[in-house]
Write a protein that binds this ligand. Structure first.
Ligand SMILES: [Zn+2]
Length: 392
């Protein structure tokens, strides 16, 4: 197998504190070697072993590819008019999802797939090398299953979110919809999904419904993650911890008890600052979560209603500016934090044996991601050792 060395790396983020400085394990003047899909050597440039191919990165920063652990990419249409109305003073409510549901049901498989491919290309350009996507805009057995089937061709991290909102045709019978989600729809979707999720919030599903939905998914071999506490304080976070969910996502409205629960659990607090930005909502108490010892991930929440961004650097910049993460904490949360939120140990780090999912920046340091907001700093992305974007 041929080996490729990335040499003359100005600053290498490994996310292994035993390899370099700080929590990010930074090695200055570094090199990295990968063979096939995996990393085989990391260390100081002066000691790089001989390889068939060398790529001189001219002092650029290199970090693990971003892990986007929360996105909704299986949809049709957009909601730019709703965004404009909200910016003019309207409020975000979970019910807006129904307009995307109508468009998604009307789209062909080919239209859903080409929209997904367009968004995945954007994710990669922003430095994301692993992405999760949920269903949740079909809300019929056929439409949820086809969304997951299409998504599963591009990522193993697919999440069944039949419990996104109660669709209009079940408005008078939410219990009937929960029954559909936990039986027929789940059976059709489980073969194409790794995760089960529920939107436990005002206008969506209550605590008892959320528990029933998660339990049904777990019984079918899926692992849990929860949309929790986005629109108001509620039982979402406590349920996520109680069910050992990999992640409680949003966490916009947290009680002291929620923070304590997260800090004492295996459940990652996944923060989605693009959603607060795009709905003009207060940002979550990220500092309090980190100071209490909770594990924090940052993800894009890419979706047409409340966070239509595919840019992890944008989310990092907001997390630093508005949520008071340090630039190091934000980069860790967008890489290793995302990996933890997906319960993955092979990604989110650049160490021997990890996947060669690598981001090289047009900048000398990862600090530039927050320091230069809105600027495309992606130089090159490798996914499983394969160069994805032509160097600029
Ligand atoms: Zn979401």
């Amino acid at each position: 197998m041929s080996a490729t060395a990335l040499t003359n790396i100005g600053s290498l983020v490994t996310n292994d504190e035993t390899l370099g400085n700080g929590a990010l394990g930074i090695i200055e003047d570094a090199a990295l070697v990968f063979e096939g899909e995996l990393i085989s050597w990391v260390g100081p440039a002066a000691k790089v072993p001989a390889t068939d191919q060398q790529i001189d990165l001219a002092g650029r920063a290199v970090l693990p590819g971003f892990v986007d652990s929360h996105a909704h990419l299986m949809f049709a249409g957009d909601r730019s008019a709703e965004f404009a109305a909200r910016m003019a003073g309207g409020q975000y409510e979970a019910g807006g999802i129904r307009s995307t549901v109508a468009k998604t049901r009307g789209a062909s498989d080919g239209e859903l797939e080409s929209n997904l491919l367009r968004l995945v290309d954007e994710l990669h350009r922003s430095g994301i090398t692993t992405f999760e996507t949920k269903s949740g805009y079909g809300l019929t057995t056929v439409d949820e299953a086809r969304a997951l089937k299409i998504a599963n061709r591009l990522t193993p991290e697919t999440t069944f979110l039949g419990a996104h909102v109660v669709p209009a045709e079940f408005a008078d019978d939410p219990a009937g919809y929960v029954d559909l989600v936990t039986h027929e729809m789940l059976t059709a979707c489980a073969p194409h999904a790794r995760w089960i999720d529920v939107f436990c919030d005002r206008g969506a599903f209550d605590g008892d419904q959320a528990r029933a939905i998660l339990r049904a998914g777990i019984a079918q071999g899926l692992m849990a993650r929860v949309h929790a506490n986005q629109l108001q304080a509620g039982p979402g976070v406590a349920i996520a911890v109680e069910m050992d969910a990999a992640s409680a996502d949003h966490c916009t409205y947290l009680s002291d008890a929620d923070i304590k629960l997260l800090a004492g659990s295996n459940t990652v607090a996944t923060l989605l600052p693009g959603a607060e930005f795009s709905t003009r909502s207060p940002y979550p108490a990220a500092r309090r979560l980190l100071d209490a010892g909770a594990t924090v991930a940052i993800a894009t929440d890419c979706n047409p209603g409340s966070s239509y961004t595919t840019s992890m650097p944008f989310c990092i910049a907001i997390a630093v500016r508005e949520m008071h993460l340090t630039p190091d904490e934000a980069v860790w949360s967008a890489t290793m934090g995302g990996a933890r939120a997906l319960r993955r140990t092979d990604i989110g780090r650049l160490t021997v044996g990890a996947r060669a999912d690598i981001l090289a920046l047009n900048a000398p340091s990862h600090l530039h991601l927050a320091y230069r907001p809105g600027v495309d700093l992606t130089h090159q992305v490798w996914i499983g050792g394969r160069a994805h974007r032509v160097a600029s």
